[in-house]
Design a protein around this ligand. Structure first.
Ligand code: FE2
Ligand code: FE2
Length: 171
């Protein structure tokens, strides 16, 4: 793992955590505090804010160029959150289940690539991965799989998330 590769990791992770905050913002804009899942979403949204703040700080500390795609992720994340929430609370949960499944895979892959080359970054990623796994489990417990067309929704969101990860590492 050279410095450039580690910088790409920080760039993509900061973009991802930013995207996560936008997804939840979109969901909360539609659902407010009315749905039984609202408290859960608010809790996850607050954790995403903390994740994002940590990577924002790392971007500055390490002098990493942020992704140029921020405006895209801002709009796309918010739209994804709002659209799934409009389908219904279960679809909002399906969105979280899909995203966090992909992020778990992504963070786990990064941890393997990092090995012990960057203990500071590794510790942050490990802690956040555990949070994201908890988000995925909470979403499943809150009825994600009862969403209409769950397999299609789940798969499409995972693919979108994967594409976003690839793009944010480079651009
Ligand atoms: Fe996160
Ligand atoms: Fe999360």
């Amino acid at each position: 793992m050279n410095k450039q590769q580690r910088e790409a990791m920080v760039r993509v992770d900061q973009a991802g955590e930013f995207g996560a905050t936008r997804i939840y913002a979109g969901q909360l804009a539609v659902m407010g505090d009315r749905a039984p899942q609202s408290a859960e979403i608010l809790h996850m949204a607050q954790q995403e804010e903390a994740h994002r703040a940590r990577f924002d700080a790392m971007i500055v500390e390490r002098g990493v160029r942020p992704t140029l795609l921020h405006p895209v992720w801002s709009a796309a994340g918010f739209a994804l959150g709002a659209a799934t929430a409009l389908i219904g609370p279960e679809a909002a949960m399906a969105c979280t289940a899909a995203i966090e499944t992909e992020i778990d895979r992504h963070y786990t892959e990064q941890l393997e690539e990092l090995g012990d080359t960057d203990p500071e970054l590794g510790a942050v990623i490990r802690q956040f991965r555990d949070d994201e796994r908890a988000h995925r489990d909470a979403a499943l417990a809150a009825g994600a799989e009862r969403a209409p067309a769950y397999p299609v929704l789940f798969h499409a969101i995972r693919l979108g998330c994967r594409a976003a990860i690839r793009l944010s590492a480079k651009i």
